[in-house]
Write a protein that binds this ligand. Structure first.
Ligand code: ADP
Ligand code: MG
Length: 713
């Protein structure tokens, strides 16, 4: 390709840019750039941002200039920055004599172009020539330390009689230090103070999860930030970046010069961190009309639930919970300034092959800003964040994990129980405070993770064991478990009727003949619907909804009472429900109201939330043996019911031993009496289990197989 010669000399071009900054006016006649320049000086900033389209439309001559910026960005940036610097001096006038203005005006200034017409996806950056100015959108996954990059090296002769000063421009990242003083031949010394440096930082920009073609790995490109914009981004930020495509050797062969392989990166000219969350999803007025039409339908909720993974049969309540989580409750800032999350976290614990992964993948596609990952994570950062070594500089880099990348979105995490130790430590904070703090290798940062978590975990023994508490079933501590609003236990138990229905459903779906496998609401529309609801609707509780939730809570608290028989004496009281579930109820009711695009949470919303929480309590928070509601196993890891039962059996043995003559009691007498006392007739195996555990713990011994006595005699 023949390069077009630059249109104007650098000085002529600088004059043009001055003219533009001084005289450009917008539709309202506002001189926006000369105003911005004055503001820039007042704030002592060094960059002026210029919308490329404004340049293009300024006057016919600027059309060519604007087009040339894309092809020769470095040339233009130098001229424009020179223009800016001269304007600053002119405007400061006599003020320059003041120390603080003098230092300011002597520094570098930057005109930063944005909104260029060469917008490209990260995948297509390779289609542009090197040296072009392009705009890409992506998400920041890594941010390195800040370094100082040498711009001008200054050497001073070591001979005090000579003292010659050599200035060497660093071009293309390299320069040749002088061997000796050209005047006197003495060695020269590198002078740090006289040399010029610029602040330098690398970042990594990755494709956003929502832009990812299905089944593809996200692509990334590195970027270099210079001078005053080094602090503009942090991991997890979704950014629009205008930058110059540059290349660097992919690897340096020590001693043998450079290899032939180069890698592209962007020299960042302008960064924008848009704060509009769902702007990527364009919702047209027609969409909006359709959304409201849908919202008015009687069967809306049913349609939405049926539109979640329609190829998966059953699990209606799990799908309903996923639907509520996609909409989410309202985040609240309390009067004392503390924040209560609105995001709903859901966990599915289940036997292998019950379609957990299937549900997660579908949910990730449906959610605006959704992503699917596994507990092990696909990067070093795993689920939260990590400080990793950067291969380019050998320095430390902060890398964002899945929860940061899905900030304000939904992270669907499969194999949640397999997460690494670092994640285990920091995920508590992420799930409650919605931030991730990291302090390691000198990097201290707090990243946002306002993320809804939908997770799945497998039982550690392969199958779910009904007779032990949920915490004993999965490899997750109660501190993490208790932060889920809903925990579903999905068991794969043979049942002829259900089995034949699942088989039928799978078979006809695979044969392409299942009308139910087609979502009643088109996924694209549903995604827009969710985004629209999240952006525009912030429901609040009504008195009647609050009353209903309170009633349920108080009622449930009474269900943690164990009696020795129906209506008999109280044996002990455990906890059936905690304030955490109360908060979950509020969030779920709000989510349902939002799903209906209603600003008020009604009693009916509360009722549906209660239904879901009840399912969770029945599954994950009740004692299978006695039927008592007991959430302690889930919230603390130790089932209070089990502890209490052991205590009762032990004190019974103690009493019987004391009454006996030889310090032993018959094993079958203990089993019979204990079963009677605990209202567990017909379930004597539970007592046998307890005896075995008491023996293992060294509290009782079996002097003969059918006898029991206490260890201390
Ligand atoms: P899990 O993650 O729970 O181990 P998967 O999501 O990998 O299970 O599901 C295993 C396979 O069984 C998938 O192909 C899934 O479609 C199928 N499957 C399991 N349960 C159902 C169901 N209820 N309806 C339709 N397909 C199902
Ligand atoms: Mg799976």
């Amino acid at each position: 390709m023949v390069e077009r010669a630059p249109l104007l000399s650098p000085d002529e071009l600088a004059e043009k840019y001055k003219e533009f900054i001084r005289f450009y006016v917008d539709e309202d006649g506002e001189p926006i750039y000369s105003n911005a320049l004055a503001q820039m000086i007042e704030d002592q900033r060094r960059s002026l941002e210029v919308n490329w389209v404004h340049l293009y439309n300024f006057n016919p001559e600027f059309r060519d200039i604007a087009e040339d910026i894309i092809v020769h960005p470095t040339f233009h940036l130098e001229a424009a920055s020179k223009a800016l610097k001269e304007l600053v001096s002119e405007l400061l006038g006599d003020l320059v004599r003041e120390e603080k203005f003098r230092i300011y005006s002597e520094g570098d200034f930057h005109l930063r172009f944005y909104n260029v017409p060469t917008k490209t996806s990260l995948r297509d950056v390779t289609k542009f020539s090197i040296g072009r100015l392009v705009e890409i959108e992506g998400i920041i996954t890594r941010v390195s330390d800040i370094y100082d990059k040498l711009e001008k090296a200054v050497y001073v002769c070591t001979n005090p009689m000579c003292g010659r000063v050599e200035e060497i421009e660093v071009i293309g990242g390299r320069f040749r230090p002088p061997d000796k003083c050209p005047d006197c031949g003495a060695p020269m010394r590198f002078d740090h103070e006289l040399s010029e440096f610029v602040r330098w930082r690398t970042i990594r920009i990755q494709e956003r999860p929502e832009d990812l073609p299905p089944g593809m790995m996200p692509e990334h490109i590195d970027g270099v930030l210079l001078d005053d914009i080094v602090d503009e981004v942090k991991p997890g930020d979704r950014v629009k970046i205008t930058g110059i495509i540059r290349i660097k050797p992919a690897r340096r062969d020590e001693g043998r010069g450079q290899g032939p392989i180069y890698k592209r990166y962007l020299e960042v000219v302008h960064v924008e961190v848009p704060n509009r969350i769902y702007e990527k999803l364009e919702i047209t007025p027609e969409d909006e009309e359709e959304i409201w039409r849908l919202a008015e339908r009687e069967d809306l909720e049913d349609l939405i639930v049926k539109s979640i993974a329609p190829s998966v049969f059953g699990w209606v309540e799990v799908k309903r919970a996923i639907a509520y989580a996609l909409f989410g409750g309202s985040t609240k800032i309390l009067a004392d300034g503390s924040k209560v999350r609105g995001e709903i976290n859901i966990l599915m614990v289940g036997d292998p092959g019950v379609a957990k992964s299937q549900l997660l993948k579908y949910a990730a596609q449906l959610a605006p800003r959704g992503l699917y990952t596994t507990g092990k994570g696909s990067t070093a950062a795993g689920l939260t964040a990590a400080v990793v070594r950067d291969s380019a500089t050998g320095g430390w880099t902060l890398e964002a994990g899945a929860l940061v990348l899905a900030d304000r979105g939904v992270a669907c995490i499969d194999e949640f129980d397999k997460m690494n130790e670092d994640d285990r430590r920091s995920i508590h904070e992420a799930m409650e405070q919605q931030t991730i703090s990291i302090a390691k290798a000198g990097i201290v940062a707090t990243l946002n993770a306002r993320t809804t978590i939908i997770a799945a975990a497998n039982p550690k023994k392969g199958r779910y064991d009904d007779y032990v508490s949920i915490t004993e079933n999965i490899n997750l501590p109660p501190t993490i478990l208790s932060r889920f609003d809903l925990v579903f236990i999905m068991k794969d138990r043979p049942s002829p009727q259900a089995d034949s229905m699942v088989a039928e459903h799978i078979l006809i779906t695979r044969m392409g003949r299942n009308p139910e496998a087609k979502p009643p609401i088109d996924p694209t529309l549903l995604k827009k619907y969710i985004a629209y609801a999240k952006q525009n609707i912030d429901p609040t509780l009504t008195d009647e909804a609050a009353r209903r939730i309170k009633e349920f809570y108080v009622e449930m608290r009474k269900k943690g009472i164990a009696r020795d028989e129906e209506g008999g004496d109280i044996l002990f009281e455990t906890i059936a429900i905690t304030p955490r579930q109360l908060e979950a109820l509020i969030r779920l009711s709000e989510a349902r109201a939002r799903m209906h695009l209603r600003k008020e949470v009604t009693a009916e919303d509360a009722e549906m939330a209660i239904k879901l929480v009840n399912i969770m309590l029945e599954g994950a928070a009740h004692d299978v043996v006695s039927g008592i509601r007991d959430i302690t196993g889930l919230m603390t890891g130790v089932s209070y019911t089990m502890v209490k039962r052991r205590e009762i059996v032990y004190s019974l043995i103690k009493q019987l031993v004391e009454e006996s003559e030889d310090g032993t009691v018959d094993r079958d007498v203990v089993v019979r009496l204990a079963a009677e006392k605990l209202n567990l007739r017909g379930k004597e195996y539970v007592i046998e289990d307890i005896l075995k555990k008491l023996n293992e713990d060294g509290l009782i011994i079996f002097p003969k197989l059918d006898k029991i006595s206490l260890l201390e005699g």
